[in-house]
Design a protein around this ligand. Sequence first.
Ligand code: FAD
Length: 396
Amino acid sequence: NDINILLDRCNNCGLCMKICSYGAVEFLNKKVIINNNCCKCGICIAACPCSAINFIRDKQPILSENETHKGIWVFCEQTYGKAKRVSYELLGEGRRLADILQVNLSAVIIGNNIGDEARKLIAYGADIVYKCEAEILENFNDEIYIDTLTNLIEIYKPEIVLFGATVYSRSIAPRIASRLNTGLTADCTKLEINSDNRVLLQTRPAFGGNLMATIICEKKRPQMATVRPMVMKALTPNYSRKGKIIAHTPIISEKLSTKVIKRVKHLSSIKNISDAEIIVAVGRGIGEAKNIKMIEDLAQLLGASVGASRAVVDAGWLEYDQQIGQTGKTVRPKIYFACGISGAIQHLAGMSSSEMIIAINKDSEAPIFKLSTYGIVGDIMQVIPALIEELKTRIA
Ligand code: FAD
């Protein structure tokens, strides 16, 4: 382990045990030890009143030339036995990278009753699928996922492991990276291979989205990244593709600290923007909350979902689930209406891949016009009602 207990200083007060959220500190033979649950967050070091805990600094920083890590892995997150869309997107990107590196692309899927989905992952580009099934995995359990994935990575030694930047995967990827003593780049929007040294170039927005940083993990394997949903493109599934499915028994510790008692579906009146084909997005230009009704009317006529800039969400006029951009959702609809949105770089980060962008703004210099397919310079309070009227006559 990378955390060291100085037993001559430790007075067995147990503070480190109480403060650790991962159950990683325990007593064994009357001595404090750190177990494999440790994610090296260092909270026990800060809490120890006797300075009896410290980090052991890195011992082997240089990757050996004979490094045996090979292949690209995609962790395919699923719910109710169905992989999330981002899993297919990552397989599409993983396939491209694997072809450049001339290695296999493998998918890992963990859950219950996932046999059909495993076959589907091959259609979406995987050469090998590692399938880990157990009844307890009907629901997500971070401890089992982390133990199982870490173990599989240690056995098969892939050179790259990709995760979707989703709530679940974000909660496990850093802890797996920490256990494997390797790096993780969060929230990537672009991946490439340096053809000189096979290193993964992991690009993500930095400094509030004002610049793009390309991060490399030169000396450790695997290279790990989480990738934003809706950024990469899934391949068209080819059900005649051949691949191998390898079943593995998940690692289920006897000392699980969490148990899922019941799963309750979140009911929301909001139409999910992530998969929407048409989005009518609204910005601060709408002026006040009551004017949003007009945007909702337009969306309803178009069969669209309503999205928002952060300014609108911060004002409390729409919900966070509807925020599009760097700190909101990434979307890629066929048509994106930007109504009274200036086009700040953080907003563009979430919608610039839309197939068609129609911007309505009273300022002809607004940056959104640089990206838009069609631009209407005008007051949304006049343009939107006119659009609604026109649509009504066409639908009638
Ligand atoms: P404004 O920039 O105020 O623009 C309003 C626009 O409406 C103007 O162009 C104006 O000309 C036009 N307008 C005004 N009245 C009318 C009218 N009657 N008719 C037509 N046009 C009109 N923002 C996001 O959206 N999503 C994010 O995820 C996000 N994440 C961020 C993360 C960080 C770290 C930071 C620092 C910022 C983030 N932001 C994000 C905020 C972002 O920088 C902008 O402040 C925000 O996008 C502005 O929203 P807006 O375009 O609605 O408002």
